[in-house]
Design a protein around this ligand. Sequence first.
Ligand code: HEC
Length: 173
Amino acid sequence: MRTLILLGLVCALSAPLAYARAIPDPTQRHAPGNEQAQKEIARAGYSVGVNYQLQCAGCHLGDGTGSAANDTPRMKGFVGNFLKVPGGREFLVRVPGMSQSALNNAQLADLLNWLMRKDGMAGQSVPADYQPYTAEEIAALRASTMLNLPGTRGELIKAMRAKGIAIDDGMNY
Ligand code: HEC
């Protein structure tokens, strides 16, 4: 019993020292050649492809294949189909990965237009009358939250099925 009390006392007394070690060293300097503060991605001026790799590929994978195991649908060869049903155009901007990304409106418009290229990820799924997204359209759409994402997506998929579109989104349902 006595040993336990002593042990508890030692732990309580040494805890502040352990915490102190976790405080960042205030005298620490940047590594040589790395002194400049990082520019946020919305002002960094990266290419569309780099923005995709940095902001989207972690979930959607480099080529847009997605991953059913992580609930991430396939965009490759499929995502353009959303533009063929009412509400789909808005949905593509309101998904959290888009609307809440650190990219600005113009960057998101460029990114979506890049995804929708016939020689890009959406490929043949893009409708022939595709109208490019503008920064203004993105600004308006991303500001209004989608409250029921699975329900909204489910309705859109149903509307695609009704049009005879093959649901090749890799999600197995
Ligand atoms: C944290 C993981 C994650 C990140 C990061 C992410 N997404 Fe997504 N994305 C998803 C998931 C999961 C879905 C399915 C709908 C949902 O649950 O949000 C989705 C859906 C989409 C859709 C609609 C397609 C569909 O079939 O539902 C588009 C378009 C999209 N994402 C684009 C992007 C873009 C562009 C980026 C980068 C700016 C991005 N996403 C970042 C996980 C992510």
